[in-house]
Design a protein around this ligand. Structure first.
Ligand SMILES: [Mg+2]
Length: 242
C-alpha cells in the first residue's frame, strides 16, 4: 500500500511574507486601475480570489480576462519574491521532513494548494523545494478547494500509475480550509500552526494531528509513515512542545 501526502504551500511549507497577497493587490490595481478590495486569502484558491475581484467591480469575467489577470499576477509574484522587501522563507523542518520521505517507495509527495499551478511552481522553485514535487492539484483546477482532493488523487494516479485511495492519503495544511478539504475527500489531515490559525482552533476543527510547525519533524514523520519514532533518521528534530 502506498500513501499519498498532499502538501499545502503557503503557511505550511513557505512563508512568502505577503509577497503573494501583495501581487494579487498589484495585479488588481494594474488591471482595473482601482484600489484592490480586501481578500480572504487563508486556504482560498487563487481562482476564487480573482473571481472575487471581478465580482467586486461588477466586471464580466471570461477566459481571456482571467488569463490576463493571472499573467500580471504571476509577473508581480516573481518580482516580489526576488525583492529584498519580502523576507520570505522556507518554514522550519520542511527540508528535513521532505528529505526523510523523498526516497521512500511507499510514499508519494505531492501538492494540494490554492495557488495557480504556475504560481505554485514559482514559489517552490524560488524556495528551492521544486525537486520534491512533480504534480499536484492547484487553484486553477477548481475554485472550490474541496473539489481539489479528487483531482489530486487522479493526478497522482496519472503520474505514478498507482491508484491512490483517499484513506491512504494525508493532507498537510495550515488552515481550516485544509481540514475541510481533507474531510470532504475522506482522508486524514496533519495541521500545522505556522499560518494564521492557532493550534487550539485547528484542533477544534477536527484535524487528526496538530503540530506547532513541520519543525516538530519527528511527530510529523511518525504520523505520515505510521512508523515508530525510534525508526526515524538522525536528522529528524525532536518536538519541543508536545
Ligand atoms: Mg496555507
Amino acid at each position: 500500500m502506498k500513501k499519498l501526502i498532499l502538501f499545502d504551500i503557503d503557511g505550511t511549507l513557505i512563508d512568502t511574507h505577503g509577497a503573494g497577497l501583495f501581487a494579487l493587490k498589484q495585479a488588481t490595481e494594474e488591471m482595473f486601475q482601482k484600489k484592490a478590495p480586501s481578500f480572504d486569502i487563508h486556504g482560498n484558491t487563487d481562482s476564487a480570489l480573482v473571481t472575487h475581484v471581478f465580482q467586486h467591480y461588477g466586471i464580466a469575467q471570461d477566459a481571456e480576462t482571467t488569463e490576463e489577470f493571472y499573467s500580471i499576477y504571476l509577473k508581480k509574484l516573481q518580482t516580489n519574491l526576488n525583492s529584498d522587501d519580502y523576507k520570505g522563507k522556507l518554514l522550519e523542518g520542511v527540508i528535513d521532513l521532505l528529505e526523510s520521505l523523498r526516497y521512500r517507495e511507499d510514499i508519494e509527495l505531492s501538492l494540494l494548494t490554492g495557488n495557480l499551478a504556475r504560481g505554485a511552481d514559482v514559489k517552490i522553485k524560488h524556495h528551492k523545494i521544486g525537486q520534491y514535487f512533480s504534480f499536484g492539484a492547484f487553484g486553477d483546477d477548481h475554485y472550490d478547494r474541496n473539489s481539489l482532493g479528487p483531482i489530486a488523487l487522479k493526478r497522482a494516479e496519472l503520474a505514478t500509475g498507482y491508484p491512490f485511495k483517499a484513506e491512504d492519503t494525508i493532507i498537510v495544511g495550515d488552515t481550516i480550509r485544509d481540514i475541510d478539504c481533507a474531510k470532504s475527500l475522506g482522508c486524514r489531515v496533519l495541521a500545522v500552526a505556522t499560518g494564521a490559525v492557532s493550534m487550539d482552533h485547528l484542533k477544534a476543527q477536527g484535524a487528526d494531528l496538530v503540530l506547532s510547525s513541520i519543525g516538530d519533524t519527528l511527530y510529523a514523520y511518525k504520523f505520515i509513515t505510521g512508523e515508530d519514532i525510534d525508526a526515524c533518521g538522525t536528522n529528524i528534530s525532536t518536538p519541543e512542545d508536545i
